[in-house]
Design a protein around this ligand. Structure first.
Ligand SMILES: *Cc1c(COP(=O)(O)O)cnc(C)c1O
Length: 374
């Protein structure tokens, strides 16, 4: 079996028969999706597994997979004659929605945490979003509730679209995440991998990939879906803890993780992942942030891939799953590398501080080193 791909369209719209209907004139695209799937050259061997692939979501127009969601969400907003978009974001969704809203000519009202990463904020600002940082948002749950109720009221009153990247808030826009599963089907010539490793914050990405495979199974395009593995930081492992304890809902608790994008104390789509896991569709791994910093560096040094920590966490999770015997040596595995490394410049600077400083030299100091092939 194969999946019908509409080659007359760009980006996620190649899969338009699988997505909510949007008329062609309202489809906003910048070629999102269709990201490369590349094979590991060194890390697979080190982990002792036979095939490991990286899906490079940094290849999206604003540098993260959120562009898939923004493309559909903003197009849907046009289709519904909405006058603008309003939402919150830990960074990437804001940068992405801002770009697509700018392209659609819609205003975008964005409320963010006080300590959002500068690079992600600058992206959103350059695309003209109206941004406000809210004191206490992210720490206090009452402030959080007030922010969400503002967004819902604002959206209703002004006929704007709510752009928050969770099925709980925008189940239409989130359908676009399924295109990751569809693309993997084509990339691997119709053979689903044994496991797809996914970073988890609010849980929407993991849910969308699970739903994508579910649909491929329901339409009898595949017989077996891969295990979809949710990786969370130890400091914010609310879904993994719930899975370990057999609970249907995320275990509440504050976040102490320092990984941007994964600090979500109340993941709105967590229960959806836990429901799928009850049916054996995957499992959770929680890992220390220090491990993730190591993997981020290793990916850059050994595979040439500079991704943000929220993406590198998939390698920490994979390493742990292999060690625990949850993934076999002969398995084929895909890690979803969700965002580009330049998104977290603070992190990059702190890595470089531990390396020898880059010297500034006089031209006379340049001398040809002996050895090599000359
Ligand atoms: C948003 C995001 C995630 C987490 O996705 P959720 O749907 O919130 O679980 C992971 N990595 C990156 C780079 C992100 O931007």
């Amino acid at each position: 079996m194969s999946i019908y791909i509409n080659h007359d369209h760009q980006g996620i719209w190649k899969y338009d028969t699988w997505l909510p209907r949007v008329s062609p004139e309202n489809r906003i695209t910048m070629g999102e999706g269709n990201t490369p799937l590349i094979k590991s050259r060194t890390i697979a061997k080190q982990l002792g597994i036979s095939s490991l692939y990286f899906k490079l979501e940094s290849g999206n127009p604003t540098g993260s997979y959120k562009d898939r969601i923004s493309a559909l969400g903003v197009s849907w907003a046009l289709e519904q004659n909405r006058r603008g978009c309003v939402g919150t974001s830990s960074g990437n969704a804001g940068a992405s929605t801002a770009a697509y809203a700018a392209r659609a000519g819609l205003p975008y009202d964005l409320l963010v945490l006080e300590h959002i990463l500068e690079a992600k904020l600058m992206q959103a600002a350059l695309h003209g979003a109206r941004i406000r940082k809210v004191k206490g948002f992210g720490d206090s749950s009452t402030v959080g509730d007030q922010v969400f109720s503002y967004i819902e009221h604002q959206a209703k009153k002004k006929n704007w679209e709510v752009m928050i990247t969770a099925f709980h808030y925008n189940s239409i826009a989130m359908q676009a995440v399924k295109t990751i599963s569809f693309e993997l089907f084509g990339d691997l010539n119709g053979h689903p991998p044994d496991a797809v490793i996914v970073p988890v914050g609010g849980g929407g990405l993991c849910t969308g990939i699970l739903y994508g495979y579910k649909e491929l199974k329901e339409r009898k395009i595949i017989n077996h879906a891969p295990s979809v593995v949710a990786v969370q930081s130890d400091g914010c492992a609310n879904i993994v803890r719930a899975w370990e304890q057999g609970k249907p809902n995320p275990v509440p608790g504050d976040s102490t993780s320092s990984i941007s994008g994964l600090q979500v104390p109340n993941p709105p789509d967590g229960w959806r992942i836990l429901e799928a896991y009850k049916n054996g569709e995957g499992w959770g791994e929680s890992v220390m942030d220090e491990k993730t910093w190591e993997w981020q560096e290793k990916l850059a040094l050994e595979e040439g891939i500079l991704c943000e920590p929220a993406a590198a966490i998939t390698l920490s999770g994979l390493e742990q799953a292999v060690r625990k015997g949850r993934i076999n040596k002969d398995a084929s595995v895909v890690c979803i590398l969700t965002g580009a490394g330049f998104k977290d410049s603070d992190r990059l600077r702190s890595v470089l501080r531990e390396k020898p400083a880059i010297p500034l030299i006089e031209i006379e100091q340049l001398e040809v080193e002996s050895g090599g092939t000359g």
